[in-house]
Design a protein around this ligand. Structure first.
Ligand SMILES: Nc1nc2c(c(=O)[nH]1)N[C@H]1C(S)=C(S)[C@@H](COP(=O)(O)O)O[C@H]1N2
Ligand SMILES: [Mo]
Length: 203
């Protein structure tokens, strides 16, 4: 590398900062770090299901075949982890949250959702945020099935919130009237988690 030349990473970071896409306190990464509690769960399509419960008109249980028959779309989005890395222009493909939601129908008093994953990982997100067009249950990343450690077979992607809300190995949703803390929120992380407002921790 020539003296004074910017690394690819630094160039990207500068470009994203100039474009207003680098949240405060974040650094750009060209890699895809793996971050989670616990171990990578096994996937068995014969036993996998997706359950929607709580304040819904109709509780739903979808099999793997049913889930993967739902309409899919592509979303290109950035990813911001509270541990200060940001990944840009990630191409996801999967089932829009709104499609899954249609099957159950939220009751009028449902305002928050607890997103539930394998091994008891949870995260709370307001229903309004999940209904945004960029929120999806991703089955693919950059055109390939999700790698096991990034959430295979399916993960939630909520690109406008810190990535701990983008629940890997997702298995269900619980609709709620009141907000309640999920796994990291119980451990001091912010209830909402807007990266551009640096809503990392509570208090
Ligand atoms: N089920 C589950 N999903 C999870 C986590 C976890 O521990 N368990 N960690 C979250 C955190 S803190 C981040 S930053 C992202 C990381 O996603 P990646 O490993 O695909 O980069 O996953 C999120 N989803
Ligand atoms: Mo994270």
């Amino acid at each position: 590398m020539m003296f004074g030349e910017l690394t690819e990473r630094k160039q990207l970071e500068r470009a994203m900062r100039d474009a207003g896409r680098l949240p405060p306190g974040q650094s750009a990464t060209l890699k895809w770090p793996v971050l989670h509690e616990g171990t990578v769960p096994r996937f068995d399509p014969r036993t996998w299901d997706f359950q929607i419960a709580g304040l819904v008109e109709k509780p739903v249980r979808l099999t793997w075949d049913e889930f993967t028959s739902l309409p899919i779309k592509q979303v290109t989005a950035d990813m911001h982890c509270v541990t200060r890395w940001s990944r840009f222009d990630v191409r996801w493909e999967g089932v829009p949250f709104a499609e899954v939601m249609k099957l159950a129908g939220a009751k009028p008093d449902a305002k928050y959702v607890m997103v539930v994953a394998e091994q008891g990982y949870t995260s709370n997100v307001p229903l309004e945020d999940l209904m945004r067009p960029a929120t999806l249950f991703a089955l693919k990343h950059n055109g390939e099935p999700l790698p096991a450690d990034h959430g295979y077979p399916v993960r939630l992607v909520v690109p406008h919130l810190y990535a701990w809300k983008s629940v890997k190995w997702v298995r269900g949703l619980e609709f709620m009237a009141q907000d309640a803390p999920g796994f990291w929120e119980e451990n001091g992380y912010n209830m909402y988690g807007d990266p551009f407002k640096e809503q990392r921790f509570n208090g």
